[in-house]
Design a protein. Sequence first.
Length: 245
Amino acid sequence: MNKFLLLFLCVCLVGCSSTPTMMEEKEQVQMKPRDLQIVALGDSLTEGVGDEEGGYVAFIEQYLENRDDVNKVFVHNFGKRGLRSTQLADVMINNESVIQQADLIFITIGGNDMMKVVRSHFLSLTYDLFVKEQQAFASRLDEQLQLLRHMNQDAYIVLIGLYNPFSSAFPNIPEMDEVIHMWNEGSKEVISRYDRTLFVPIADLFEGRDDVLYDDQFHPNKLGYEQMAKRIYEYLQKHREWIGE
């Protein structure tokens, strides 16, 4: 009887050890590399003006494809030079079918809204003019995020902040750093109202640095875009829910 009991226990142990547990099966599923669909929306920063190789979006694509948990990255870049927030909704609507399939959505917007204030009031610029425009911009941004969520409830949305390219071009506006900070804080507050979103600040990356700007002293050069991409990826690493963790 003892021999039969011992044989039975051995069979059970062998059978149990060869059968993966529920946790092991879950880990195996999570480790399987996945494809990622990326949509990039916005202005010249998303288009990559100043870098012939694609700007920050191209760097992000490289970083993601080097991950063990990512198989292939498919990028749809709808960035357009000169785009203002008043035009962003049309870009979304025209590309709704692609947005619906997105896993990650990157947005740069607002720089041209600020430039509109500068050009319209060049000789009479005041802080209050920027405050008024930022409030209108924040309202539009909220509407556009609602539209994105209507198109895609699950995509992880990354809004990239503004930096100050005006210091050398407009030294007579010492409050411009304050304007940029105010604008970024407003955008950060708006996007925080939505789940699965992230605001990435980049203003500090360009402070007092000409080596990260293109020849026009306005757009980033390749190094500038690389610094942007590193910051974005660093923030994504801290908020890993975008990859399903």
